[in-house]
Ligand binder design. Sequence first.
Ligand SMILES: *[C@@H]1O[C@H](CO)[C@@H](O)[C@H](O)[C@H]1NC(C)=O
Ligand SMILES: *[C@@H]1O[C@H](CO)[C@@H](O)[C@H](O)[C@H]1NC(C)=O
Ligand SMILES: *[C@@H]1O[C@H](CO)[C@@H](O)[C@H](O)[C@H]1NC(C)=O
Length: 298
Amino acid sequence: MRRVNLTTIIVICFVIVLYITLDSTLLSFNSINSRVIFGNKAAKTAWNNYTAWHDCLANNISSYKGDPNGLWSNLWKGIKKCENIDQMKSLAINDFANSDETKRHILPKLDLPSVIVTLGIGHDTSAEEKLIKKLPQGSEFFGADPMHEINERLYTILPGKYFAFAVGAEAGLGEANVLANNSYTKKTVVNVDIIYFLKNIVKRTFIDDIWIDAEGAEYGIFDYFSVGGKFDANDISFCQFNIEIHKPDSLQKKLFHDFIFGLLKDKRYAIYRPVQGYHMRLFMLNFNNDECIFKYIL
Ligand SMILES: *[C@@H]1O[C@H](CO)[C@@H](O)[C@H](O)[C@H]1NC(C)=O
Ligand SMILES: *[C@@H]1O[C@H](CO)[C@@H](O)[C@H](O)[C@H]1NC(C)=O
Ligand SMILES: *[C@@H]1O[C@H](CO)[C@@H](O)[C@H](O)[C@H]1NC(C)=O
């Protein structure tokens, strides 16, 4: 009896040592295979780190619940504080500047091509030009802007696919502020709804990063990002997104308030790199999608 027990113990010890060795070796390959074998463990680290970020921001902004004005003015402070906690420091958030702003992007850790979507090109693709040089071969760019002058040429030579319409919640004709001849003017533009645009025109549902600079149309799609929202209903995922929130009136501040507290409730995206002016720019990263976690976080 005693001998059998000893043998069993030795075998168990051997298996444990083998497991630990294999585990760390395979994890360091950082490959799709490690996900199949050790996905749970790696995803748990990312999740714990996300939880630390979430608790940090939720604590910091809890007093602005029900106070859209207070949230609009103070959110950036909490984001700046929480993006600097130890659990977030390993994220390599890169800057891709154009002439009047900076887009953020985490480069893929796996050699898989990316899908990048630009809503609102604004006569300037210098950020896209910098990014395309860093992305794996075969990465694709899709850009929509209702003003084809300049935008069509710039976006096409990236190379990217250009679409001459605005993208938002509703299809139809609408008034939009557009950049023409170096100033913003109101024009009637054709709108295509974002679900139709992504599913039927771009024909991609796994989007690595979408850059939303839609001069107010973003308010209509805030709730599409929520868990169980229209993007989920259509199996559309975003790993990252950059969004400019256009200078809000008081109703829009309320929509923004609900968007931010909704994101926290959903526990899907973390928010970084706030730029606060009349408009606000934010960068979001998806911690609740396996493909995104393995491509950008682990
Ligand atoms: C939120 O973070 C800011 C910036 O660090 C800090 O000044 C403020 O006191 C924090 N608020 C709360 C309620 O923790
Ligand atoms: C999680 O946070 C720790 C620091 O607490 C860091 O060393 C590690 O790289 C982070 N892991 C991921 C997957 O972000
Ligand atoms: C820009 O200016 C040119 C020349 O003044 C004019 O022909 C063109 O229609 C203008 N474009 C728009 C979109 O207003």
